[in-house]
Ligand binder design. Structure first.
Ligand SMILES: NC(=O)c1ccc[n+]([C@@H]2O[C@H](COP(=O)([O-])OP(=O)(O)OC[C@H]3O[C@@H](n4cnc5c(N)ncnc54)[C@H](OP(=O)(O)O)[C@@H]3O)[C@@H](O)[C@H]2O)c1
Length: 261
């Protein structure tokens, strides 16, 4: 196998970008960063920052809702046969609002990017992860912990990511390749520029907004500990545990009340 690489999707902003920077600081081994997202100017900015940290990187301005993007990446991987140290699947989006108020493109897009693209990235990268070496970080969400009326499809895509990541981690345990599903609550990123296009986030969630740097730091720490899930913050960890014991009807009534429905 060839050179070592770190693959990051969603590298143009938010937690993908932050993870790329923190991986560069934390992992001392020499690896090239493959930075994937649609906005090349943002990727270029990140490339420059990584250069200042002594890390080389390559920019892939790709739309992961487009099948051609996977063919391009797969062809390149076949040609260069790198050794993938880390795959970070951070590209994703969500739209707040009732199911009937969202159009086909918005609903299908969330499923395509959050589920299909993440799954295909795992599939095309895995052959380049050596046994006992390599880790996958998949961004799920605290929205994966229970069904969420008025954020229904997004929460369902994240439940998929959490379930898939846990199962994959068990399948890969014999190869000593780790999979960590990151499940943060609301995080202060550009995510909400898109999420709030139709409906605004309930006020209480705004009070729990986390810093993307802290979420990324915890995700990396849990990755090194080979944890299957990473949940940042006391409130989200309490939510994760208690939600299992609360009757669904009660949870739905609370969500209805909070959303003013
Ligand atoms: N922020 C939160 O509150 C929160 C909470 C829990 C989980 N999450 C999850 O965490 C992950 C990172 O989100 P974030 O908060 O960092 O949001 P963000 O700042 O909006 O970042 C999303 C990233 O996805 C990329 N992306 C969007 N559409 C794409 C496409 N079609 N093809 C390729 N890349 C695409 C964006 O890049 P381009 O636009 O340049 O393509 C961007 O780099 C997401 O999976 C999100 O669902 C977020």
């Amino acid at each position: 196998m060839g050179k070592r690489i770190v693959v990051v999707t969603g590298a143009s902003s938010g937690m993908g970008r932050e993870l790329a920077l923190q991986i560069a600081d934390r992992y001392k081994v020499d690896a090239e960063f493959w930075l994937i997202a649609r906005r090349s100017d943002r990727l270029y900015e990140l490339k420059k920052r990584l250069e200042r940290k002594g890390k080389s990187s390559r920019i892939f301005s790709l739309d992961l809702m487009n099948d051609e993007s996977f063919s391009k990446l797969e062809t390149l991987l076949q040609k260069e046969r790198p050794r993938i140290m880390l795959l970070v699947n951070a590209s994703g989006f969500g739209k707040l609002g009732g199911f009937s108020g969202l159009d086909k493109e918005e609903l299908g897009g969330m499923i395509d990017l959050n589920c299909r693209a993440l799954t295909l990235m795992c599939r095309i990268c895995l052959p380049y992860m050596a046994d006992g070496y390599g880790h996958i970080i998949n961004f799920a969400s605290a929205a994966a912990f229970c069904p969420q009326p008025w954020f229904s499809v997004y929460a369902a895509t994240k439940a998929y990511v959490l379930s898939f990541s846990k199962a994959l981690s068990e399948e890969l345990a014999d190869r000593c390749i780790g999979v960590t599903a990151v499940c943060p609550g609301p995080v202060r990123t550009e995510f909400f520029d898109i999420a709030e296009e139709r409906e605004v986030l309930p006020l209480y969630k705004k009070l729990f907004m986390a810093d993307p740097r802290r979420v990324a730091k915890k995700a990396l720490k849990d990755t090194l500990l080979m944890k299957r899930t990473s949940t940042y913050g006391i409130s989200m960890n309490i939510f994760r545990i208690f939600i299992r014991f609360l009757p669904e009807g009660l949870v739905f009534s609370a969500i209805r009340h909070i959303n003013g429905k």
